[in-house]
Design a protein around this ligand. Structure first.
Ligand SMILES: *[C@@H]1O[C@H](CO)[C@@H](O)[C@H](O)[C@H]1NC(C)=O
Ligand SMILES: *[C@@H]1O[C@H](CO)[C@@H](O)[C@H](O)[C@H]1NC(C)=O
Ligand SMILES: *[C@@H]1O[C@H](CO)[C@@H](O)[C@H](O)[C@H]1NC(C)=O
Ligand SMILES: *[C@@H]1O[C@H](CO)[C@@H](O)[C@H](O)[C@H]1NC(C)=O
Ligand SMILES: *[C@@H]1O[C@H](CO)[C@@H](O)[C@H](O)[C@H]1NC(C)=O
Ligand SMILES: *[C@@H]1O[C@H](CO)[C@@H](O)[C@H](O)[C@H]1NC(C)=O
Length: 377
């Protein structure tokens, strides 16, 4: 009975020891090293550092009872034992040494310095904490290229942006003006295990995009505000408007008509043409540049006058409808009803307006007759 109970005790005791050992080794393995039973506490932090810059490695101890701290490199060679540096590499320098901290700087960090640095505390049991150094390598200047220099409106364009040789891989974002657009990205690994990211942006170009910058933004922990841009150049069909220079108001027989055609496009249309729809322009009409002048109007000139502008993208026209009314010498037909109808409903175009209603009808006629119709062919 006694032996059995002794054996049970022994096995219990060794099981407990095993458990403690397992827990300690687990704590050391995870790098957490925060075993609640231990009064001393060793802490280290992971470090990200840009290549060529300085990393600070800090081993900190809470409640140290004079135990020795040392710092090992990833090959487990001692860098610092207390404040003494056995390792020859002079890039390691002591920043601070006390009972509670061993802080070491590593200057001119290179990719080969990456790895798991080990802080060791000669306590009972000994403790370890890990500081993983990650070296960041900034990408080269982003390169932006577009498939074509000049795009036609309605056509799709493709812009490519490349960020080369970084670690980790960069992320590429796109902006068109102040609007964010989505591109398609591909990440490649280069021979020296760096990352090259290429992003493609495709979109249909509008005339409003002319002169708008497309910006490629590179996000990477080693760089700030890294971007490049390209201005869009968009060709578009002319926009045509007709301006009435003469006369002001209703058009009556014997008066003159002068219209100016305004056309804007890219490339700029160098010439505009005046035609009359389904008819010839009156023989005495004068066309000079973008102006159309017809003197001594009579009703037979009624009709649609069209200004046509074209460039390499296409052709656009605007129409002006001419209605020539009787000359004022004709005695107007006085009516009483037109006074009320003229303001509320469209006046009868074929009927000559009475002088009393003319002012009221005027605004309506102007908007009906002078508004050029925009057409695109
Ligand atoms: C440090 O980095 C490693 C991976 O390199 C990770 O497993 C660990 O959890 C990190 N430690 C801390 C304290 O963030
Ligand atoms: C060194 O560490 C001690 C204790 O943490 C602190 O009081 C002191 O200011 C530190 N010295 C430097 C130079 O950082
Ligand atoms: C930094 O290290 C690189 C090699 O990794 C070396 O070529 C360069 O001269 C060093 N720069 C300084 C300032 O020590
Ligand atoms: C894009 O524009 C070119 C002329 O620059 C034209 O030949 C082509 O058909 C257009 N493509 C599309 C899809 O509209
Ligand atoms: C109007 O002009 C046309 C052509 O210029 C002419 O043949 C016609 O007689 C004119 N009519 C009036 C009423 O003046
Ligand atoms: C011209 O328009 C006027 C209305 O403003 C109309 O009275 C006249 O009959 C029209 N003449 C022709 C030839 O269409």
């Amino acid at each position: 009975m006694k032996q059995v109970s002794n054996m049970a005790n022994t096995s219990n005791g060794s099981l407990a020891t095993l458990l403690i050992l397992f827990t300690i080794s687990a704590a050391i393995h995870t790098g957490a090293a925060q075993f609640p039973v231990q009064s001393q506490n060793l802490i280290a932090d992971n470090i990200s550092v840009v290549e060529g810059e300085t990393a600070i490695i800090s081993c900190r101890v809470k409640n140290n009872d004079d135990s020795v701290i040392q710092l090992l490199n990833p090959n487990r060679q001692t860098i610092y034992f207390r404040d003494v540096r056995p390792l020859k590499d002079a890039r390691f320098q002591l920043v601070n040494f006390s009972d509670n901290e061993l802080r070491v700087s590593l200057s001119n960090v290179s990719l080969s310095d990456e790895g798991r640095y080990v802080c060791q505390l000669y306590s009972d049991p000994p403790q370890e904490a890990y500081a993983d150094i990650t070296v960041l390598i900034p990408p080269g200047n982003p390169i932006i290229e577009s498939r074509e220099d000049i795009v036609r409106e309605g056509n799709e364009t493709e812009i490519t942006c490349t960020s080369m040789g970084s670690k980790p891989a960069a992320k590429i974002r796109w902006m068109k003006g102040n609007k964010e657009l989505l591109g398609k990205s591909k990440v490649e690994t280069t021979y020296d295990r760096m990352f090259t990211v290429t992003s493609w942006l495709r979109f249909t170009v509008m005339r409003e995009d002319d002169g708008v910058p497309v910006v490629c933004i590179v996000d990477h922990p080693a760089v700030k505000d890294f971007q490049t841009q390209k201005y869009l150049e968009v060709q578009y069909k002319p926009e045509v408007t007709i301006k009435v220079e003469l006369p002001q108001g209703l058009i009556r027989e014997g008066e003159s008509l002068e219209l100016t055609c305004q056309a804007k496009g890219k490339p700029q249309p160098h010439q505009v043409n005046w035609v009359k729809v389904d008819d010839d322009v009156p023989s005495h009409a004068v066309i000079s540049g973008s102006d159309l002048y017809i003197g001594n109007l009579n009703k037979s000139y009624n009709g649609t006058y069209r200004c046509v502008a074209s460039n390499s993208v296409g052709e656009t026209y605007a129409d002006y409808i001419l209605y020539v009314r009787d000359a004022l010498t004709t005695t107007p037909k006085p009516t009483t009803t037109t006074t009320t109808t003229a303001t509320t409903s469209p006046p009868d175009i074929t009927q000559d307006a009475a002088p009393s209603t003319e002012a009221a009808a005027h605004g309506w006629y102007l908007s009906l007759l002078l508004l050029p119709a925009q057409h695109a062919s």
